[in-house]
Ligand binder design. Structure first.
Ligand SMILES: [Zn+2]
Ligand SMILES: [Zn+2]
Length: 147
């Protein structure tokens, strides 16, 4: 079976789950300690995660679902970072970048079956090189040196 023939996995409210032929319908966890009456939409309401009530898939435990910095707003004396949810695409080399230290970034991502370390490194290599901290079963972590 070709990777493109796989049924689409459900990630949001009302989607069919499709994990291992699961026919469950994705639901969202309820927000807790909602403070929308003070400052809507509150953090709790914007950070609810999805789950499947049938096979017990939890978005919070799915390494393909990542939070990325979408935009940064500068206030008078603070910066507010807005994060957006993104689902990594394991049919290609796909990744997100996290700050690691002043001189390096941590690259966390996925790759399709049969991809070599060299191919992944060619995409994620830092200005001053880097090294894999893990590379296994379609997932990798790479420390890229930027300084
Ligand atoms: Zn709320
Ligand atoms: Zn399911």
């Amino acid at each position: 079976m070709n990777a493109t023939d796989k049924p689409k996995l459900g990630y949001s409210d009302g989607d069919v789950c499709n994990r291992a032929a699961c026919a469950g319908v994705i639901e969202m966890h309820k927000s807790e300690d909602c403070s929308c009456h003070i400052n809507p939409p509150c953090f709790s309401c914007t950070s609810v995660t999805a789950f499947c009530p049938v096979c017990e898939w939890e978005e919070a435990d799915d390494p393909l679902v990542v939070q990325e910095i979408a935009s940064i707003h500068f206030g008078n004396d603070f910066a507010y970072v807005e994060r957006a949810k993104r689902i990594l695409d394991p049919t290609k080399i796909d990744y997100r970048i996290e700050m690691h230290s002043n001189a390096s970034q941590k690259v966390i991502g996925v790759y399709p079956d049969g991809t070599t370390r060299q191919e992944v490194e060619a995409v994620v290599k830092g200005t001053f090189g880097g090294r894999f901290s893990s590379f296994k079963d379609g997932r990798f972590e790479y420390i890229a040196y930027t300084d």
